[in-house]
Design a protein around this ligand. Structure first.
Ligand code: GLC
Length: 611
């Protein structure tokens, strides 16, 4: 028969079991807490933060460029984010290899003790524009001409599907700048010159993120560049915006207020200055206005090496690092010198010049977005969406957006729409049959480039596809070969690709010599000339306009050039309205609605067809 053990021993054992179960459970519970999707976001973030070392926290605030890290670096330095700069792509540049690249980086991040997933940023500013084969939508200036916020939201949602399909989970878009001087090389990244247009088009944030973060194709959006980048003197990119606070608030702040209201997850700081002070170091604008007054609860990222500009000298110093972080920047885009950034910030914290509370606040903001995005539960690419990249559905949406973005500025004797039947059309111009020129900057490479850089439909191809079988379409880039037997000549001219400061035009803003000669050649034949202007902004065309029979502002339409032909042939009536005032002469710049200057065409102008 079993001797029962003394009561005290049984009680002791039961207590020990209870304690270890609780401890084990608590330990298991603590270990799993931030990984437990059933727990409130705030609790998961606090539990995780409590477990993190200073090194791990600083790793979350560091964003190198992908080319400057190894997989081992990601794990060893606990890196929380990477970016692809414009044109920084895997080889081959296919959606599948993007997904493989992303998953490789992500696995390295998940190999860290806290298993915090990284967040990967790209500039998908008019579609997933780094990826060959992606749908390239019109640049923002064309979308502003549509006056259709719902269309722009749909474009955001389509872009998010293509971006998420390649694994990427963060888009450095939309640019919500208010372009006040068309000399600025980033004018085409603006939805318009008045604050209400970019504010209305902040619907793209909802398109990109979804109505709330965490859906299968929800990617983090970025309202950029905070604040006043479109208001610099002479339109100099990264220059100085000299405005009173009242003017800055009235003109440049509303789009950011709208984006914050839509729950935008991140904000990128502008390179430019406000009244001589670099915004990357501006505590009042970032901490007080953006975070406190507007109530922005996401995280703030610097621009590319943006903190280096605070003192006006190359590279960054400990003073610039602490100034930027203490001003409210939560994550620093430090593409190459990221190891020195980590060391510098750590030293600043240990010296007490950057309070731990600031480091923790930055981490709370970053980690909260990562949890809300669902990155802890679904860190790897959802490859179901790979097939959406460049899909027929997305291209159809882009074609619709192209047609809606066209602004008809002149149409003498109703030379437009062109007849589809029994017509004889001559097409000329360097931008007629060039995907690279019609997509513009931020396409495949940072600056974009002329030529067949990605699959799409050129404007010439669109014209050929739309003209009926009983019509003929002849193309000659410089217009040679035209004669009086043609019924209409279409000259597709304008700008070649550029991005950022490379596109600043401090001097003349007219057509280049080649375009002028091409148009002249067409005109000399006596055939009616229709000019289609493919450009990132209004150009100075007043002197030539009287000799043109029609003028269609096409902006930078992207890959679906057939949308331009839809308007030329009247498949779609032109409904676009100018999102920017059109100068009568270059010396009017800056020229904007309500400034008392007499433009060639006012903000909001646009013709349609009578029939
Ligand atoms: C660039 C641009 C910014 C972009 C960032 C990352 O310099 O100013 O719009 O998001 O760097 O490419």
């Amino acid at each position: 028969m079993h001797r029962s053990p003394p009561r005290s021993l049984v009680l002791g054992l039961l207590t020990a079991l209870a304690v270890s179960a609780a401890a084990g459970g608590a330990a298991a519970d603590t270990r799993a807490a931030h990984l437990d999707a059933g727990r409130p976001v705030k609790e998961r973030v606090e539990r995780l933060l409590a477990r993190m070392s200073l090194d791990e926290k600083i790793g979350q605030m560091t964003q190198p460029e992908r080319q400057n890290v190894t997989l081992d670096d990601i794990t060893r330095y606990r890196l929380g984010s990477l970016l692809s700069g414009g044109g920084s792509v895997p080889t081959p540049n296919t959606p599948e290899s993007w997904a493989d690249m992303y998953d490789g980086f992500q696995r390295a991040a998940l190999a860290t003790p806290q298993r915090v997933p990284l967040i990967y940023g790209v500039d998908a500013v008019h579609g997933h524009n780094n990826v060959v084969g992606a749908t390239i939508f019109p640049h923002n200036i064309g979308l502003g001409a549509t006056r259709d916020p719902e269309l722009v939201r749909r474009i955001g949602a389509a872009t998010a599907e293509e971006v998420a399909g390649t694994g990427v989970d963060w888009d450095f878009a939309p640019c919500l700048c208010v372009a006040r001087n068309d000399r600025w090389g980033r004018t085409y990244e603006s939805f318009g010159e008045v604050p209400e247009l970019p504010a209305q088009m902040s619907t793209i944030v909802t398109g990109l993120q979804g109505r709330r973060l965490g859906g299968p194709t929800s990617i983090l959006a970025t309202a950029k560049h905070y604040v006043g980048d479109g208001g610099t003197t002479n339109g100099t990119d990264q220059g100085d915006t000299q405005l009173s606070e009242a003017e800055l608030r009235k003109i440049h702040l509303p789009p950011f207020r709208a984006a914050v209201r839509r729950g935008v997850g991140s904000v990128m700081i502008t390179y430019s200055s406000w009244n001589g002070v670099k915004t990357h170091g501006h505590r009042y604008l970032i901490n007080d206005v953006l975070k406190r007054e507007l109530g922005f609860s996401g995280f703030v990222i610097s621009d590319y090496n943006g903190i280096d500009q605070i003192d006006g000298q190359p590279g960054f110093t400990p003073a610039e690092v602490r100034t930027a972080i203490n001003a409210g920047i939560d994550m620093v885009m430090v593409p190459a010198d990221w190891k020195r950034f980590i060391e510098t910030l750590k030293a600043e914290v240990e010296a007490g010049r950057v309070p731990m509370s600031r480091i923790d606040d930055a981490n709370r903001r970053i980690l909260t977005k990562k949890v809300e995005l669902g990155l802890f539960e679904r860190p790897l690419t959802d490859r179901r969406y790979l097939k959406t990249v460049g899909s027929a559905e997305h291209r159809a949406l882009a074609r619709q957006a192209v047609a809606r973005s066209q602004v008809l500025l002149k149409n003498d004797r109703n030379v437009l729409p062109l007849d589809r039947r029994d017509n004889k059309i001559f097409v000329a111009g360097k931008n007629a049959d060039d995907i690279g020129n019609q997509t513009g900057g931020w396409t495949i490479t940072w600056q974009g480039s002329s030529g067949p850089i990605t699959p799409g439909t050129t404007i010439l191809q669109g014209i050929k596809q739309t003209a009926g079988p009983s019509s003929t379409v002849t193309y000659s880039k410089d217009g040679t070969g035209i004669d009086g037997s043609y019924k209409a000549a279409v000259a597709v001219v304008g700008e070649t690709p550029y991005a950022e400061f490379m596109g600043d035009r401090p001097g003349a803003m007219g057509l280049d010599e080649a375009d002028l000669q091409t148009i002249e050649r067409l005109r000399a034949s006596g055939v009616p000339v229709i000019v289609v202007l493919v450009s990132g902004r209004p150009l100075d065309v007043s002197a030539q306009l009287p000799k043109w029979n029609a003028l269609l502002a096409s902006w930078l339409p992207g890959t679906e050039g057939r949308g331009v032909a839809d308007v030329l042939f009247g498949v779609t009536r032109p409904t676009g309205k100018l999102p920017v005032t059109w100068m009568k002469s270059v010396d009017q710049q800056p020229i904007n609605r309500g400034d008392g200057k007499a433009p060639l065409f006012p903000f909001g102008y646009g013709l349609t067809y009578r029939r």
